[in-house]
Design a protein around this ligand. Sequence first.
Ligand SMILES: NC(=O)C[C@H](N)C(=O)O
Length: 309
Amino acid sequence: MNPIVVVVHGGGASSISKDRKERVRQGILRAASVGYNILKQGGSAVDTVEGAVAVLEDDLDFNAGCGSVLNENGEVEMDASVMNGKDLSAGAVSAVRCIANPIKLARLVMDKTPHCFLTDQGAAKFAAANGVPTIPGQQLVTERSKRRLEKDKLEKDAQKADCEKNLGTVGAVAVDCQGNVAYATSTGGIVNKMLGRVGDTPCIGSGGYTDNDIGAVSMTGHGESILKVNLARLALFHVEQGKSLEEAADASLCHMKSKVKGVGGIIMVNKAGEWAVKWTSTSMPWAAAKDGKLHSGIDFGDTSITDLS
Ligand SMILES: NC(=O)C[C@H](N)C(=O)O
């Protein structure tokens, strides 16, 4: 039987305050544990990444689903994508509103349409036709996301690198007992974004990519930078050229930094069960479950390992 592994991330970020750190750590551990249980019960890599990402979308401390950052009008518009490394089937949605779990809608696009990507009104119509419940948009807005928008509007002139202030995009990669790999990524995007702005997250090859013959990757970071270098596919290209997952993650992040000054984070897995986690932002919450052990961290050099129950 193939080794099973799931790796999750909670978004590249600047430093995280002490009280939030504990909540973020718990959220990321919960998502990895949920994913690992799906794999242990024989679930597919696609079910695993969708399940793990949905846990993080439901968690207010992450910039995805409820807790998403707000656009310039104070509204939540979300992007998500999912892909199956077995046959390269993919589903994505962008600029979707008033639903709790964009990743589940992306999965429906993958499974139930001849297309890869639906946006805005078309995505909403498809969601309604498939029985996805709508919720009032305000239900996705948190006090914290309102404060972040106010702060950004005030600081507009003293901009930090975008991904440094946009904690929380979430993602997962997994390999199942049959050796299939998959990725899922979901986000509210970047705070104070223009209406209709779409980032890397729903774009196959930028916010993520997977192919059983190479591996799976999910990204976080400054979306415009990631789009310009097609970061996810670039990372897997390096693997195809013979680099280890760690080397490939480093090389692609380094390329993005030198070419367009973008910073971000990356999680990777391959069907041999190897995994890698790398980031160039200040921190990135992550967790990886393999062989009954849960590895996790937030800052450089703070990896901890616990037993999975
Ligand atoms: N924090 C993030 O990862 C943001 C996301 N990549 C975007 O630009 O939409």
